[in-house]
Ligand binder design. Structure first.
Ligand code: ADP
Ligand code: MG
Length: 479
């Protein structure tokens, strides 16, 4: 066991995919694709005389997330002003929730690659608004785009329950998956709609000290979250081992050097002079509203993964892969509901369909193969009409042009041959045409059996029933 252990807490900011902004009617647009400053109204430009109105859809989305993260819900919600002056927020303050966040005391159970489960507490989930985007030009001027200013933003703060870069990565991935399942955030780190900031410190292993920490910002992928956390843990450990001390600061990530660097020293008691926003009345959430939102939550990935293993007997890796994307999981569930054997459906989906989708660049909702038509194909295999190899050929045809397995099998004459007669004829021909191999086989080179099977299958264009081929070939080779 190493002398020091890492202590990590994550702050995650997630923009909510609502129709309009948090406190005004300006639309929420794609911050990368939209022209700058097209989604602005007087309020999010900080014009005097404008009054904010809280967005009910945003509150509903925030509530969904808080419930999915097992939080206690605060019915009493109040918005506070976090005062600071910076051109990315023209009002001069950000509306946030300080003392009355929508959710507190939540948790998630994150399963690691090894199967180990980590229980990570969620301290709070609160609503706020995003800031505009500044672009600093080479000539010293700065450009500002207010499309993002006022977009509903959720801050999800974990307790410092994370002790490695691996767990930080797994927790962030888990959160992203939940947000995508809830359809409140696209999870696009590159676009900045989801931002993950680890707070990292070091302590002697086995103690519960919370030492001076650094916060790493502007990490635009989970890979970088992992690398930056690793780097910080090593840097701080080396610093402490050599008798130095960690400075409380915000650090950035240098992708070329693969290292973190000091951005700004953070004062301990940053005085934002928070106070309740006098323009926004407190909001009291009705129990009936909370109950309705809870009832409308989708089944979450952790529950699906569990169910796929315990009820359907799938392996952990397959279960995880099927549940990774909600649309894939829903498609899989539909195929099983339509009567497909879970293992056979999972196999087709993971080993065959996903490769086809990768190649064509299609999402599962857009492909010509439906859950029902896949089950139709599996039925043909079960009934012995086609074998598994031909099934792949039929699937490729279904994928390319749609249609049912039965109609493709009929149209292309792909039905499997199980009758002894024709198979026996082909076997005789093959043995007659390969006297050297036959002699070698009889002299003990039994590996050649596979060669004969292959020749027979090829001659019959893959349509022979493999079980019958094997049986008749054995008989022929013995004689
Ligand atoms: P602030 O708002 O100033 O960033 P918070 O107290 O809200 O500070 O904590 C932010 C995050 O930092 C939380 O996720 C928390 O778990 C984590 N954190 C707090 N203390 C430490 C520490 N000593 N080491 C690592 N993480 C910490
Ligand atoms: Mg912080």
């Amino acid at each position: 066991m190493s002398k020091y252990e890492a202590v990590i807490g994550l702050e995650v900011h997630a923009e909510l995919m609502t129709d309009s902004k948090m406190f005004c009617g300006a639309p929420v647009v794609d911050s990368v694709e939209a022209e700058p400053n097209v989604a602005v109204r007087p309020l999010c430009l900080g014009m005097p005389g404008t009054l904010p109105v809280a967005n009910k859809q945003a509150i509903e989305y925030a509530l969904k997330v808080a419930l999915a993260l097992n939080c206690d819900i605060n019915k009493f919600n109040r918005f506070d002003r976090k005062n600071y002056f910076y051109p990315d927020l023209p009002k001069g303050y950000q509306i946030s929730q300080l003392d009355h966040p929508i959710g507190v005391n939540g948790y998630v159970d994150v399963t690691l690659e090894s199967g180990e489960v980590k229980h990570i507490r969620v301290r709070r989930v609160h609503m706020e608004e995003d800031t505009g985007k500044l672009t600093h030009m080479a000539d010293g001027t700065s450009l500002v785009d207010y499309n993002r200013a006022g977009v509903p933003l959720l801050e999800i703060v974990s307790e410092p329950d994370i002790h490695s870069a691996e767990v930080a990565h797994a927790y962030a991935t888990h959160l992203r998956q939940i947000l995508r399942y809830l359809e409140v955030n696209s999870g696009d780190l590159e676009k900045g709609v989801l931002r993950v900031e680890p707070n990292i410190s070091i302590r002697p292993t086995g103690t519960d000290e919370l030492n001076t920490r650094t916060e790493v910002k502007n990490l635009n992928s989970f890979r970088i979250l992992y690398m930056a956390s690793e780097y910080e843990i090593k840097r701080q450990t080396a610093l402490i081992e050599s008798g130095g001390s960690v400075v409380q600061e915000t650090r950035g990530w240098n992708e070329e050097r693969k290292s973190t660097f000091s951005q700004r020293i953070k004062e301990d008691a940053h005085d934002y002079r928070y106070f309740p926003d006098p323009d926004l009345p407190a909001i009291e959430l009705d129990q009936s509203f909370i109950d309705a939102v809870r009832a409308g939550l989708p089944e979450l990935p952790a529950s699906k993964i569990e169910r796929y293993q315990t009820e359907m007997g799938l392996g952990a890796a397959d279960a995880k892969q099927l549940a990774a994307e909600k649309r894939t999981a829903i498609w899989f569930d539909a195929a099983v509901t339509a009567g497909g054997d879970p293992k056979a459906v999972a196999n087709m989906l993971i080993n065959n369909l996903s490769a086809m989708m990768n190649e064509s660049g299609q999402a599962i909702d857009d492909i010509a193969v439906t859950p029902d038509s896949l089950v139709g194909l599996l039925v043909q295999v079960e009934k012995g009409v086609i074998n598994k190899n031909i099934a792949k050929e039929v699937l490729a045809e279904m994928f390319a042009n749609g249609g049912s397995a039965a109609s493709i099998i009929a149209a292309k004459g792909l039905a499997q041959v199980s009758d002894d007669g024709p198979i026996r004829d082909v076997i005789s021909t093959i043995l007659a045409n390969n006297p050297n191999e036959l002699a070698a086989y009889k002299a003990g080179k039994t590996k050649l059996r596979g060669f004969f099977v292959g020749q027979v299958m090829r001659e019959m264009k893959g349509k022979a029933n493999p079980a019958v081929v094997n049986q008749l070939l054995d008989e022929a080779l013995k004689s």
